[in-house]
Each structure stands twice: as C-alpha cells, then as structure tokens.
Design a protein around this ligand. Sequence first.
Ligand SMILES: [Zn+2]
Length: 104
Amino acid sequence: MADVADGGGMISPVCMVCEQELTESGGILLGPPEADGRVQKTHLCAAHAPTAADLVQFAAFTAARHTLTAARARASNSPDPAARTAQSRAWVDYRGALSALGAR
Ligand SMILES: [Zn+2]
C-alpha cells in the first residue's frame, strides 16, 4: 500500500547539490538524531557524494569545533592562563579544519 504522504508512489530522491533525480544510488548523509529520534537524510548523486577524504575532513572539522567549544567554556570559567592558551590553540585548529573543508 502506497503512502499517501509521499504522493501515493515512489518518489525518486533528488540530489541536494544539483537537484537532479537520482537514477543510481549516490550517497546519503545522515544528520544527527533529532529530539524525537528522527534523522534527517540528505541525498547526493554519485557526482556529489562525499569521498572518503571529504568524510575524514568533515570528521576533523566536527572534532575541532567540539574541542573549541569545550576550550572556550573552560577559558571563560577559569583564570588559569593555560586555559586561554588552549583556547587559542583550539581556535587555530578549528580555522585549519574549516579551511580544509572549504578547499574541497
Ligand atoms: Zn548532484
């Protein structure tokens, strides 16, 4: 039985980048789970599917952002100059990961 919500038929997924219907499977990016447990799916065609290198860069960026957030929280709660140094270092790492991501 077809689901009425999707128009009663199979909808071909569309690439998020070029908006072409996917005729062959490319890639699916899964977002972080939302509060209700659902996960946002993003479809990408074969031409726009992330490569393994992209995913490594994205993971590095996510980790750097997480480290920076934690370092900022520590620096704002602590008079220790080492916390500020750690924050500066985390910022440099974050900028590096960000530009690596943008240079793809
Ligand atoms: Zn595409």
